[in-house]
Write a protein that binds this ligand. Structure first.
Ligand SMILES: Nc1ncnc2c1ncn2[C@@H]1O[C@H](COP(=O)(O)OP(=O)(O)OP(=O)(O)O)[C@@H](O)[C@H]1O
Ligand code: SF4
Ligand SMILES: [Mg+2]
Length: 363
C-alpha cells in the first residue's frame, strides 16, 4: 500500500456538501421560452470513507448513488462541494492529475462484461492496468493479482477472454484490475447485482477479505439494505439525491430512525435471504420516487412520508445526531430540536394556515 503509516480507520476520502445538477436539454419551443432546467441528482452529500472499512450507500433506483460514486472517482465535474483525498481538496479534469487520482481511488462497476474488453485476454487487461499505474507487469505480478481475487492457479485464467469466464470470475478480474493500481479506496457500484444469486456472497466475501488484508476504504453501493447489514461497517441511506440517515450498519438496519429507512427495512426481504443480495428489481415500497427536476420542497420524502408535518414541506431538515448509538444521525424533523421545529412551524402558521404542530407547540 502506498502508505502503511496511517492507522486503520484513518480517513481516506471525504465528500462535503457534494452536489451534482445535470442540465436538461429542452427541445422545440421550450428551448426558446423556458429557463434552463436541471436534474438535482445529488445535493449536499457528506460522507467519509475510512481505511479498512466498508461504507454502504443504500437507496432506491435514481436516488443518486452512482452519481456520488462517479463524482468521488472524478469522472464528472461537480456542481458544488468538496472532495478531499487524504485531507487535500481535489478537483481533477483528466490528464496526469486524473491518472494520479485514479491510482489511489478505483471504481468497480455493476456489469463486468461491459467493463472488460471482449477482444482482450485477462493477461492483457491486467498487464495494461499494471503498466498504466507504473507497476512491474511480469508473470509474478500477474499471478499475485489473480491470487488476490482467488483466481488460482493463474495459468487457468490468464489467457482466457471475458466470454470464457463466468460472471463471478469476470467480476473478480475487474476487481484484480482495480487492485493493480494498489488503491487506497475502492468504489464498488452494485458489484454483485448482475451476478448469479449463488455467487454473490462469494464476491462480497472477497471484497471484505480485501478490505481487511489491504486496509482498503470501500464504498459499497446497493439497493439492498439487508446486504449492507451483512457486509458494511457503516451504512448511509440516500433518498432523491440527499443523504437521509447514517450510522453503524447494525444500528441503521436494526433501529432505523428516518421514516424512509424504516420503509426500506420493513419492505426488505429477510436478511437471511442473503443468497439474493443485491437483487436489482427490489421495488422497496411501491411508492413513486419524486421528480428530480422539480424535487419536493423541504424534506424530499414528505409526499410519501406517513409522519409528515407542515414544517417538512417548508425546510430541508438538517442532520441530527441521535443518542441511541455513537455516530447515528438522521436528517428528519421528527428528531430536530423542539425549539427549532416549533419556530419553523410558527412561521408557517403566520404565513398561512394554522397547523396541528403549532397548536401542539403552543401548549
Ligand atoms: N449523465 C446524466 N445526465 C442527466 N441525468 C442523469 C445523468 N446521470 C444520472 N442522471 C439522473 O440523476 C439521477 C440519479 O441517477 P443515478 O444513476 O446516480 O442513480 P442511482 O441511485 O445510481 O440509480 P440506480 O440504482 O438505478 O443505479 C437520476 O434521476 C438520473 O436519471
Ligand atoms: S422530515 Fe418530515 S417528511 Fe421528512 S422523513 Fe422526517 S417526518 Fe417525514
Ligand atoms: Mg446506479
Amino acid at each position: 500500500m502506498s502508505d502503511t503509516a496511517r492507522p486503520p480507520g484513518a480517513v481516506v476520502l471525504e465528500a462535503e456538501g457534494l452536489t451534482k445538477h445535470f442540465p436538461v436539454r429542452a427541445r422545440g419551443r421550450a428551448a426558446l421560452t423556458r429557463a434552463p432546467r436541471v436534474v438535482h441528482a445529488v445535493d449536499d452529500v457528506t460522507l467519509t470513507l475510512r481505511r479498512g472499512r466498508v461504507t454502504a450507500l443504500v437507496g432506491e433506483s435514481g436516488s443518486g448513488k452512482s452519481t456520488v460514486a462517479r463524482l468521488l472517482a472524478q469522472l464528472y465535474p461537480r456542481t458544488g462541494g468538496d472532495i478531499r483525498l487524504d485531507g487535500t481538496s481535489t478537483a481533477v479534469k483528466g490528464g496526469r492529475a486524473f491518472k494520479a487520482y485514479a491510482k489511489r481511488v478505483q471504481m468497480i462497476f455493476q456489469d463486468p462484461f461491459a467493463s472488460l474488453n471482449p477482444v482482450h485476454t485477462v493477461r492483457y487487461h491486467l498487464t495494461r492496468a499494471l503498466k498504466i499505474h507504473g507497476k512491474n507487469a511480469d508473470g509474478a505480478s500477474l499471478e499475485e493479482l489473480l491470487g488476490r481475487v482467488q483466481l488460482t492457479p493463474a495459468e487457468l485464467y490468464l489467457d482466457k477472454y471475458p466470454h470464457e469466464l463466468s460472471g463471478g470470475q469476470r467480476q473478480r478480474v475487474s476487481i484484480a484490475r482495480a487492485l493493480a493500481a494498489d488503491p487506497e479506496a475502492l468504489l464498488a457500484d452494485e458489484p454483485v447485482s448482475m451476478l448469479d444469486v449463488s455467487i454473490r456472497l462469494g464476491v462480497l466475501n472477497l471484497l471484505r477479505d480485501l478490505k481487511e488484508r489491504l486496509d482498503l476504504a470501500v464504498l459499497y453501493i446497493t439497493h439492498d439494505i439487508a446486504s449492507a447489514r451483512y457486509f458494511a461497517d457503516e451504512t448511509l441511506v440516500m433518498y432523491a439525491g440527499r443523504m437521509v440517515e447514517g450510522g453503524d450498519s447494525e444500528t441503521v438496519t436494526q433501529s432505523p430512525a428516518h421514516p424512509y429507512t424504516q420503509l426500506l427495512v420493513e419492505s426488505a426481504p429477510n436478511p437471511e435471504r442473503l443468497s439474493a443480495v443485491g437483487d436489482e428489481d427490489d421495488d422497496e415500497d411501491g411508492g413513486e420516487p419524486p421528480s428530480l427536476i422539480e424535487p419536493p420542497s423541504g424534506c424530499r420524502f414528505h409526499p410519501r412520508c406517513p409522519h409528515a408535518m407542515p414544517v417538512c414541506g417548508e425546510r430541508v431538515p438538517e442532520r441530527v445526531e441521535l443518542t441511541d448509538a455513537p455516530g447515528h444521525w438522521a436528517a428528519c424533523w421528527l428528531y430536530a430540536e423542539k425549539t427549532e421545529k416549533t419556530e419553523k412551524t410558527e412561521k408557517t402558521a403566520q404565513r398561512g394556515g394554522k397547523t396541528e404542530e403549532t397548536e401542539g407547540a403552543a401548549s
